[in-house]
Design a protein around this ligand. Structure first.
Ligand SMILES: Cc1cc2nc3c(=O)[nH]c(=O)nc-3n(C[C@H](O)[C@H](O)[C@H](O)COP(=O)(O)OP(=O)(O)OC[C@H]3O[C@@H](n4cnc5c(N)ncnc54)[C@H](O)[C@@H]3O)c2cc1C
Length: 587
């Protein structure tokens, strides 16, 4: 049985050393998540304090009248997981007769992607006996094998081609690039091999047993794995489902080698003359960037009336202006409705705002219209595990599913489908499975499009703030005023920050420009730490750097930026806050 959890006083804003007015729990009482356990008395009001965990109360550590601050221990709790398993042990009849080999473990992790291997390694570090089941020879999942890493390798190559072209305009003239595709592929595959090989070594070092094969749930405590070496039944106490996602299929597209998904595009078999990218999201635009830099004439079609859903529109406009000559056509508010494979190419018909009048011929079509979670392929019903529409598995803050000893993380647990979210969820699930009081409580998860220029955003955007009715003020620093951006030929960029009108804290940020994906991390930290504009603006950023634009954007919010023209209309009584024109307030 796992050690009891100590419930501590959570973040209660700026209050410290407050008195307990009421204790709402007693030893032996059952607590559900978010139920009040205490009432505390601040100088302004009394406030109920909820439990972040579910379970049975052991010892109550505090009494009425005690004074507490954030982090003070309140009570010990036996987690719902242990509680639920004890209350209703799994009916043995439902777990199948073993097929083939049988192995037992404390924790099985299904799927060896970034979520799965991170969970497995964390759990092993915490002392659990872990089995990791993966159907592919190489660990690393989509991200390392056919996602984040190979795409960034190709984008790096594309960037070198683009940089050389730009340099020619400034007096440093290179000849036209000679692209040796097999060598480019070898380089990309070598990076993937290095990373995935490293994972196998790290699994071995942690004594994580890796079972190769396709796993399906066979009961609440059993996983049936079919692999090249035959069948294995893995009997487990706890399970973390990290089965990821697959590219969404567009049913009208023919089965033809000239029609590919992101995996096919990353294989870079050849550079086509004419290419269509269906889907103007991050994956589609990254691949469109690679192929256009390598010399293809690329069209993009997107059913929404804007590219890169989720990013602020004004940032996307900066990207569009910078990419005006990169693409042949960007069709917005338009859908590809039918396709026909003919000897001379794939012929596509379009409908919508920007649809061409007749069908168009392409040498390569990339379907990048989203991804579907793999929860529908696991025989989840055999463990009574609820799977939602689109194959996603709903979880609580500890990543527990409808079956408390089964967790789900990463893409299979739903949007945003990003590797860094999968990793953090994996750590939480592993810690919770080991009996720790872990919960996924990130305020914001950054997103990055590694296009040229990059676009990155975190927390609220102007659109999401407006949709939520949040009053925010928005400050913007244009990169035309950044010495480093100008000196790097990267002046097409902007850094914007969103501040909560009531608290002054940073609640969102977006950056378009070179290395935006690196720069956004500071904004993510600012959000998590509850920083405000003076915190960011008075943090000394090195000069000349692009990171300065984050500090300068915060100075714009405060009206103290000396790298932009002075205020035209200071607002009476508002101090310096309304001063620099690049700041707007929205509700
Ligand atoms: C082209 C592309 C580029 C991307 N770029 C980025 C990026 O730059 N940054 C970013 O954050 N994200 C990026 N992503 C998304 C990122 O790859 C995913 O969010 C991430 O891989 C999800 O991790 P995961 O562990 O949840 O699942 P996955 O990586 O999908 O791993 C799941 C694993 O489970 C295995 N599996 C599934 N079912 C079974 C089964 N029944 N039995 C055994 N094994 C099974 C699979 O083989 C796979 O190895 C990109 C995706 C694509 C397609």
């Amino acid at each position: 049985m796992p050690d009891p959890i100590i419930i501590r006083l959570p973040d209660i804003g700026d209050y410290r050393d407050v008195a307990i007015a009421e204790v709402l729990i007693a030893p032996g009482s059952t607590v559900v998540r978010d139920a009040p356990i205490l009432v505390i008395e601040t100088d302004k009001a009394s406030m109920e304090v909820p439990s972040l965990f579910a379970g049975v109360v052991g010892e109550v550590i505090v009494r009425v009248g005690d004074r507490v601050s954030q982090g003070s221990p309140i009570a010990s709790l036996r987690a719902a997981d242990a509680f639920a398993e004890e209350a209703s042990p799994p009916p043995p009849a439902r777990d199948p007769e073993p097929r083939g080999k049988e192995i037992r473990c404390g924790l099985v992790v299904l799927g060896g992607g970034p979520g799965g291997y991170s969970a497995a390694f964390r759990a092993a570090d915490l002392g659990l006996d872990v089995v990791l089941v993966e159907r592919h020879e190489r660990l690393g999942g989509v991200c390392l094998n056919v996602g984040c890493i190979p795409s960034k390798a190709l984008l790096h190559m594309a960037g070198l081609i683009d940089e050389a072209k730009v340099a020619s305009a400034h007096g440093l003239v290179f000849g036209a690039p000679r692209i040796d595709l097999p060598a480019v592929r070898r380089w990309k595959d070598g990076i993937v091999g290095t990373l995935t090989g490293g994972l196998t070594g790290m699994a071995r070092a942690r004594k994580v047993r890796v079972v190769r094969g396709t796993g399906r749930l066979a009961g609440p405590h059993a996983l049936a794995v079919e692999g090249e070496d035959g069948a294995t039944t893995v009997r487990f106490e706890r399970c973390i489902v990290a089965a990821g996602s697959r590219p969404a299929r567009l049913p009208f597209l023919p089965d033809d080698p000239r029609v590919v998904n992101s995996t096919g595009a990353l294989a870079l078999a050849a550079v086509p003359n004419r290419m269509l990218v269906i889907g103007g999201g991050i994956v589609g635009l990254e691949m469109a960037t690679v192929y256009s830099s390598f010399g293809a004439t690329v069209d993009v079609v997107e059913v929404a009336d804007h590219l890169m859903p989720g990013a602020d529109r004004d940032l996307v406009e900066v990207w569009r202006a910078a990419n005006r000559d990169r693409f042949h056509r960007v069709m917005l508010g338009t859908r590809a409705t039918s396709a026909e494979a003919r000897p001379d190419g794939i012929w596509l018909h379009f409908e919508g705002a920007d649809a061409p009048p007749a069908s168009e011929r392409y040498d390569l079509v990339l379907a990048a219209a989203g991804r579907t979670a793999n929860g529908d392929r696991l025989d989840a019903e055999r463990a009574d595990l609820a799977v939602g529409r689109g194959g996603t598995i709903a979880v609580d803050r500890q990543m527990r599913t409808s079956v408390p000893h089964i967790f789900a993380i990463g893409d299979v647990a739903g949007a945003p489908m990003l590797a860094h979210k999968a990793v953090h969820e994996g750590h939480v699930a592993a810690e919770a499975a080991a009996g720790h009081a872990a919960a996924f409580d990130a305020i914001a998860i950054p997103s990055v499009a590694y296009t040229r220029p990059e676009i990155a955003w975190v927390g609220l955007t102007e659109a999401s703030a407006a949709a939520e009715g949040r009053r925010v003020s928005v400050s913007r620093f244009p990169w035309t005023a950044s010495g480093r951006a100008l000196a790097s030929d990267a002046a097409q960029g902007a850094t914007k920050l969103l501040f909560d009108e009531a608290t002054g804290r940073v609640v969102g940020g977006g950056i378009v420009g070179a290395h935006a994906g690196e720069l956004i991390a500071e904004v993510a930290l600012a959000i998590e730490m509850g920083a405000d504009a003076p915190d960011l603006g008075r943090t000394i950023h090195p000069h000349p750097t692009l990171s300065e634009t984050v500090g300068l954007s915060a100075e714009v919010e405060d009206g103290i930026c000396t790298d932009l023209p002075p205020a035209r209309r200071p607002r009476a009584g508002a101090g310096h806050r309304e001063s620099q024109g690049a700041r707007t307030a929205i509700a």
